[in-house]
Design a protein around this ligand. Structure first.
Ligand SMILES: Cc1cc2nc3c(=O)[nH]c(=O)nc-3n(C[C@H](O)[C@H](O)[C@H](O)COP(=O)(O)O)c2cc1C
Length: 283
């Protein structure tokens, strides 16, 4: 739930309480649409408000409806500040706290910082609150390691799940060329919109393959179906990507896009130097 007001949070929670298994307060989103009105990561700067939101939700929704209330936060600038915020939050009656191991200004491609994680999970556990880790978890295979090393109870996954939704599979990940077909079958079954289907498939298909281009150019579900049913040799060669981790794949796509943008900029500066009319502009 994105919220900046305890009363509205309670009203909203009551509308969905019978349809959900838990309610998590988002205190980590750094995007403008969240922070401009005091929601998401902006709540990290107004801890009194965040505590009041959580306490109201616990008292008026969590306890009476027997549903867990939880919160997801980011790291603050120092370990001391993070721990003192966690200490306050765990006394509100929440059942779980997720720590996204990045500070608000950090971008997703910057490696997450886990140096304070053990202390954070200890602080949660002392108050009887579960602690989840978020940031750079690639799938089920990472869980044992982080549980053992940091004492966390589990993890949340975002980008790796976009790149390959089978990352939650305890028996191992399904290769991307198989998972896209399975995913597409669900899209057809549940009448998913073509734009959203394309968006999600684009995260699963390696960016350099012809299939990626074909799916990106598709305007209908039938055209996507055709593309998936007619894989070229080039696409087959790209299947080698299944041995790379989803986050590595995403990283490579981002790097390619950055490189393309840089090349365009260089091309434009070269044109500026060469074209005499523009040379005059610099003088
Ligand atoms: C498509 C997308 C949407 C997201 N939306 C939210 C959001 O609404 N609220 C939030 O707190 N974080 C959001 N995030 C951030 C993730 O929850 C997560 O904190 C971040 O991606 C780091 O985890 P990861 O390394 O597993 O991707 C979003 C991330 C992605 C990729």
């Amino acid at each position: 739930m994105g919220t900046a007001d305890p009363n509205l949070a309670v009203q909203a929670a009551k509308m969905v309480v019978n349809d959900v298994s838990a309610i998590d307060v988002n205190s980590g989103c750094p995007k403008h649409f969240s922070i401009h009105s005091g929601m998401g990561a902006a709540l990290l700067k107004t801890p009194d408000k965040l505590v009041s939101i959580l306490t109201s939700l616990v008292d008026q929704v969590g306890d009476p409806f027997n549903i867990p209330i939880s919160v997801k936060i980011r790291l603050l600038e120092t370990e001391e500040k993070t721990l003192s915020l966690v200490e306050r939050l765990v006394t509100t009656g929440i059942k779980c706290l997720t720590i996204h191991c990045r500070t608000t200004p950090m971008r997703p491609r910057e490696p997450s910082i886990r140096t304070s994680l053990k202390k954070i999970s200890d602080t949660c556990h002392k108050a009887g609150v579960m602690c989840l880790l978020n940031g750079d978890i690639e799938g089920f295979k990472d869980l044992d390691h982080v549980i053992e090393k940091y004492g966390v109870d589990g993890a949340m996954i975002a980008r790796a799940a976009e790149a390959n939704p089978s990352c939650f599979n305890s028996k191992g990940q399904i290769p991307w060329n198989e998972i896209i077909r399975e995913y597409f079958e669900y899209c057809k079954k549940f009448d998913n919109h073509v734009v959203n289907t394309k968006f999600c498939l684009a995260r699963m298909i390696p960016g350099k393959s012809q299939l990626y281009q074909k799916v990106a150019q598709s305007k209908t579900m039938e055209q996507i179906d055709d593309a998936l049913n007619n894989l070229t040799e080039d696409d087959m060669n790209k299947f080698i990507h299944i041995f790379k981790s989803p986050l590595t794949l995403l990283e490579e796509q981002v790097k390619q896009e950055e490189l393309r943008a840089k090349n365009q900029m260089l091309k434009r500066s070269a044109e500026d130097i060469i074209e005499p009319s523009k040379r005059v502009r610099f003088i």
